[in-house]
Design a protein around this ligand. Structure first.
Ligand SMILES: Cc1cc2nc3c(=O)[nH]c(=O)nc-3n(C[C@H](O)[C@H](O)[C@H](O)COP(=O)(O)O)c2cc1C
Length: 161
């Protein structure tokens, strides 16, 4: 397997984005799309591309994604191209919620950036900037057009291969 899209998802939104990305990256024989709890350490062996996606939970990646990133050996991603995405509540909904939420979001941000930092720390080569895809409310559904935006993001990744 050449590429792996690892994701976590509570309500299915991040899973749909992960599938949209994986489908653009290549055929199922070449591109795995795996829920983080199902990923075995040996699936990273010989990998060329690793994409990690998480729902943003309290401004951070999910606990299972954090655990997965922590479990990767030092320099375990040397020679591996890497990128990260998250799902998050729409800007409009954050702006119309309690004022403090906008301030907290501005300070603490979303899941994708800390994931990329961790991937790079483990030796990965970041090939596109972290990206966020929007959901309505706490449980979704995805904002209209986000699956297409995910495909476009994956096409940018393909161009870097
Ligand atoms: C406990 C909890 C905390 C959340 N924290 C945030 C947050 O800090 N920022 C944000 O944009 N969305 C937040 N959300 C909304 C999630 O990002 C949303 O549930 C997620 O994108 C849905 O993806 P999933 O269906 O793959 O789980 C939170 C949702 C829950 C349930």
């Amino acid at each position: 397997m050449e590429a792996l899209v690892v994701y976590d998802s509570f309500f299915g939104n991040t899973e749909r984005i992960a599938q949209s990305i994986g489908n653009v990256l290549g055929r199922p024989e070449d591109v795995g799309i795996a829920r983080v709890v199902d990923v075995k350490p040996e699936q990273l062996d010989g990998l060329k591309l690793l994409i990690v996606g998480s729902p943003t939970r309290a401004f951070s990646p999910s606990p299972a994604i954090k655990k997965f990133l922590k479990s990767i050996a030092k320099n375990g991603l040397k020679g591996v191209k890497a990128a990260a995405f998250d799902t998050r509540v729409t800007e409009e909904e954050i702006d119309s919620a309690v004022f403090i939420l906008r301030i907290l979001v501005n300070i603490f941000g979303y899941a994708a950036k800390p994931i990329t930092d961790r991937l790079v720390k483990k030796g990965g080569q970041l090939i596109v900037p972290p990206e966020g895809f929007f959901v309505h409310g706490m449980e979704g559904p995805l904002k209209e057009g986000e699956l297409e935006r995910a495909s476009d993001w994956a096409k940018q990744i393909l161009e870097k291969q």
